[in-house]
Unconditional design. Structure first.
Length: 349
């Protein structure tokens, strides 16, 4: 067990939100070993971004951009921070984060707790060079015109992030998921298109797994119509599979981790079929191994993101996934990662 994985084991003995706060603090101040150079077969491009590997950190771990340097040294190909809202907000009342150890899962109802755009922008200004950092944008709970908050975030952080994610799929902010309907989505994405950064930084859209194939197809068409650069599939789910057995399984909030696998894969398949190569996809949800990452890529994802698995597997997970992914690509005869995207036969889906 590495020192980092031992630290993760220790944190799992603490209250989940205390452990989360200590993990971010540790990554922000403690030196971490620099990850070895990535295998060249893992290099890829996504919406014009050059990535040393396709394994990204999903939003939610580092909400305020405090630990970008430490996170990058874990070996991620890109790091997404946030969600950040225009104004600081405390989030929902505690307790609001629940570790379902028996199910390798997490339930959260954090409610976009963050220090706001000004603090976030200041930290992005101090970020290490050479790290692909994305800014995940959210809306304040009390804002009536939530689309305006995304425009505010995009304009305030322009020039400071490599890419931006419009997060309309968190289940913990009232009214947010309603932005996934066509009329509201067209309004939002139309306003986002007008506010796009002058430096050409790509803009992604993050959707929920609790959508039908028809709803996902509609979102894909809206994204294409408004020049969205990639779709992140997907966020946490409101579903509670009957297989859950941890004591906190009935808590309200979004479920992530291993039980999300089927919904996340189903949503990715629907998005890949609808996009038909016209829109890059990023697979998220229940990715805890090289096999998981490889399957999402072959289902149609150009890259993947993870977060919850780090809680149970420790920071060494990133390196293990990359090594196994490179091995699998070579074993199946793919010269590059991009050659493997979307190649899984229908009979294996």
């Amino acid at each position: 067990m590495s020192l980092g994985d031992l630290g993760a084991w220790t944190l799992r003995r603490l209250d989940p939100e205390t452990a989360h706060r200590l993990a971010v603090r540790g990554l922000s101040v403690l030196p971490a070993p620099v990850a070895p150079a990535d295998d060249p077969i893992l290099h890829t491009t996504l919406a014009g971004l050059s990535l040393p590997n396709p394994i990204g950190l999903a939003a939610g771990l580092d909400k305020d951009g405090e630990a970008i340097g430490g996170l990058s040294r874990l070996g991620f190909g890109f790091v997404e921070c946030g969600s950040v809202t225009p104004r600081p907000q405390p989030g929902n009342p505690k307790p609001r984060l629940f570790r379902l150890s028996e199910d390798r899962a997490v339930i959260n109802r954090m409610g976009f707790n963050n220090a706001g755009l000004d603090a976030f922008a200041a930290r992005l200004d101090r970020r290490p060079r050479g790290v692909v950092v994305g800014a995940n944008l959210g809306a304040n709970k009390e804002t009536e015109d939530k689309a305006a908050d995304y425009v505010t975030g995009l304009r305030r952080l322009a020039g400071r992030a490599a890419y931006f994610t419009i997060n309309i799929s968190s289940p913990n902010t009232p009214g947010l998921r309603a932005l996934q309907g066509r009329e509201a989505l067209d309004d939002l994405l139309g306003r986002i298109a007008e506010a796009r950064p002058a430096d050409g930084a790509p803009v992604f859209l993050k959707i929920a797994p609790d959508l039908t194939a028809a709803e996902i197809a509609m979102i894909v068409e809206a994204a294409l119509a408004h020049r969205i650069d990639a779709l992140i599939v997907s966020n946490t789910t409101l579903d509670r599979p009957e297989t859950l057995c941890a004591p906190d399984r009935g808590e309200a909030g979004g479920l992530s981790g291993a039980p999300l696998q089927h919904r996340a894969e189903t949503a990715l398949i629907a998005a890949a079929e609808a996009a038909n190569g016209r829109l890059p996809l990023i697979g998220v949800g229940a990715i805890a191994s090289g096999a998981d990452a490889y399957r999402r890529i072959r289902l149609g994802a150009s890259a993947v993101q993870l977060y919850s698995a780090l809680i149970f597997e420790g920071p060494g997970l990133v390196g293990r996934i990359k090594r196994d992914l490179a091995r699998r690509l070579r074993a199946d005869g793919f010269p590059t990662l991009r050659d493997a995207v979307g190649t899984l036969p229908l009979t294996e889906r």
